[in-house]
Design a protein. Structure first.
Length: 604
């Protein structure tokens, strides 16, 4: 989960565009960064441990220039984040420079063979074998394109890799199980791990397939597939606004993306439902699509797993047997094959390796992905794709993608119910109407929140607990994940009932507990659990709608959300918890958009 960018043009210097691309990709990894620029005869490389600003500072005093170059921002897998381990990596003579995202599984063996042949290595990375493989093929007389292909043919594992070779006005690249897209500009061509890498320069994009090898020159690009056959990859225009990938005046992407939720939800739902007619119109999933489905397996990781848990509750309420699985566990031991199993992968990025692994391992009749990223790897792995349309999410902490996932999955759950059970769920019109109101309800939460005050009131606590039931349990886990991820404080989520089976032993006056009320059945029991916490001195902050039972003085504070359909209260409650986490992290001075040790896409 590193970020790759390349710029291949004429005349103008590539360095500024490479740095702009790396800045847009920094969410993918931020341990170290580097660039290599082809200047007509040789290759100039600069790389630094640290963020893009450290690299920018280094380049300000002593930078190479040239019109063709590659860049990389790293999330370490092999070796610590040092200058030496930063990409690009070079061959013995410094004539070949390579950036890579992924893992080379046979690097140990390749490194031994290359070392025996006299190649000298300078880093701990798996990547470094690639420039030496290219060097060795060039020495055997291969052309640059053939040498690159020969190197790619010898590596095993997952990779998006790009190389520059001294004296060649071209970038050579390949992908296998790691994302890589081509950007077709007017005066220059681009490569990126993701579209935001070059979105400010071009909106024309071609998605590469696994096994593709591409040669990009200032005038265009040519692709050969895994068999070496020339293939066409169609170019399409993406409708993302480059402004969407900036901070838009907010201090952090996370806060911007929390505030964008009304718009994102509007996009997720718009045109997909007609509440007055009680109709659902999911692009590509007309009525009858899910006839014959007997059970649903939802597979995902992290925040997307919490959306999967939420959807499990929604499907269960609609009499559709469903189970959420952590994708990594599903991949290791997929349930036995049974007729009528639909596997739904949920992934913001569409690139999460564990989730891809689950889909590949699935013994299912059909697979589909619910994702935010058009053309991502999971859209290729699965039979069908349903887009959540949240727009680009840059902050490492997933926020608007969760809300949009739940909204999209709630519509999907109702579509599945109608096909499987043969009738709409009893309160489906009320649900569809509440879904249309959801963007406005989220706006009211964001504008009226007291989350900052709550975050400030509990700055010195020992730990932070989150409880809930049904969809509220998914929200409790998500609230805890968001809190720990960006504050670095100990935070844990539980089902409300679970507390007295063990975790209650941890509750003291220094452990605030956030209790999610669903505005429905189960709230009375949650109130009982809250009283048990208060009886042990634990402060309680309720996140509740007007439909929750009278909380009286059973809680210390309330973060209110508008009354709505019980299926959707959790989305509103989650927005309050996102804001609590954000303000708690800000008060602690944390690196909110790029929390330590993490990266946005976990592609390894
Ligand atoms: O792209 P995905 O939704 O598949 O990512 C899954 C998780 O890595 C991700 O949700 C992660 O947990 C979030 N960064 C948490 O905020």
């Amino acid at each position: 989960m590193c970020g790759i960018v390349a710029r291949i043009g004429e005349g103008d210097d590539a360095v500024d565009e490479l740095l702009a691309g790396l800045t847009n990709l920094e969410y993918r990894g931020y341990d170290s960064a580097g660039i290599a620029v082809q200047n007509g005869c040789g290759v100039g490389v600069r790389k630094r441990a640290g963020g893009i600003d450290d690299l920018r500072n280094a380049l300000a005093t002593d930078g190479p220039s040239g019109s063709v170059g590659i860049g990389h921002t790293r999330w370490s897998t092999h070796g610590p984040p040092t200058d030496a381990n930063a990409h690009p990596h070079t061959d013995c003579d410094g004539d070949v420079a390579v950036v890579h995202n992924g893992i080379i599984e046979n690097y140990d063996e390749l490194r031994r063979t290359l070392s025996k042949a006299g190649h000298a290595f300078e880093s701990d990375t798996d990547t470094e074998v690639i420039p030496h493989l290219i060097e060795s093929a060039l020495a055997d007389g291969a052309s640059p394109a053939a040498a690159f292909r020969a190197a790619v043919d010898r590596i095993e594992g997952s990779y998006a890799v790009a190389a520059v070779i001294g004296g060649r006005e071209a970038v050579y690249a390949a992908r296998n199980d790691s994302p890589l897209v081509v950007g077709e500009g007017e005066s220059a061509q681009y490569l990126g791990s993701d579209v935001p890498a070059f979105l400010e320069f071009t909106e024309r994009v071609a998605y590469l397939e696994d096994g593709d090898v591409v040669r990009v020159t200032p005038g265009g690009f040519t692709v050969t597939d895994a068999d070496g056959e020339r293939v066409q990859r169609t170019t399409e225009t993406v409708d993302w606004d480059p402004q969407d990938t900036g901070k838009g005046g907010y201090d952090h992407y996370m806060l911007k993306e929390i505030n964008e939720q009304p718009t994102a939800l509007g996009r997720s739902v718009s045109g997909r439902t007609d509440p007055d007619a009680g109709a659902i119109d999911l692009d590509g999933f007309p009525p009858g699509t899910f006839e014959g489905i007997e059970r649903v397996h939802l597979v995902a990781m992290g925040t997307s797993y919490h959306a999967a848990m939420y959807a499990e509750s929604l499907l269960a309420r609609r009499d559709v047997p469903a189970r959420a699985f952590m994708a990594s566990e599903y991949a290791m031991s997929p349930p036995p094959e049974e007729d009528g199993t639909l596997v739904i992968a949920i992934s913001q990025s569409g690139e999460t390796a564990d989730t891809i692994g689950a889909v590949r391992a699935a013994r299912a009749e059909r697979t589909m992905v619910v994702t935010n990223v058009v053309g991502s790897s999971l859209t290729r792995e699965c039979d069908d794709t349903l887009l959540v349309r949240a727009g680009p999410e840059i902050g490492v902490a997933a926020t608007k993608s969760f809300s949009s996932q739940v909204a999209t999955l709630s519509l999907l759950a109702e579509r599945i119910r109608r096909d499987v059970v043969g009738s709409p769920s009893p309160d489906s019109r009320a649900f569809l109407s509440a879904l249309s109101d959801l963007p406005d309800h989220v706006r009211r939460v964001v504008e009226g929140t007291a989350a900052e005050e709550v975050a400030d009131a509990f700055t010195d606590s020992e730990a932070y607990f989150f409880i809930g039931r049904g969809p509220g349990h998914a929200v409790a886990l998500e609230g805890a994940l968001k809190f720990k991820e960006i504050t670095y404080e100990h935070a844990e989520g539980f089902t409300a009932a679970e507390l007295k089976h063990g975790p209650l032993a941890l509750v003291t006056e220094d452990t605030p507990v956030f209790a999610v009320f669903n505005g429905s059945e189960g709230d009375t029991e949650t109130l009982g659990n809250v009283k048990e916490i208060r009886a042990r001195g634990g402060p309680v902050i309720a996140v509740a709608s007007g439909d929750a039972p009278d909380l009286g003085d059973a809680v210390d504070r309330v973060l209110p959300v508008p009354a709505t359909h019980p299926d959707l209260v959790g989305v509103l409650a989650n927005v309050q918890l996102q804001l609590v986490a954000y303000h708690a992290a800000k008060r602690r001075g944390r690196s909110i958009d790029k929390p330590r040790n993490l990266a946005k896409s976990v592609t390894v």
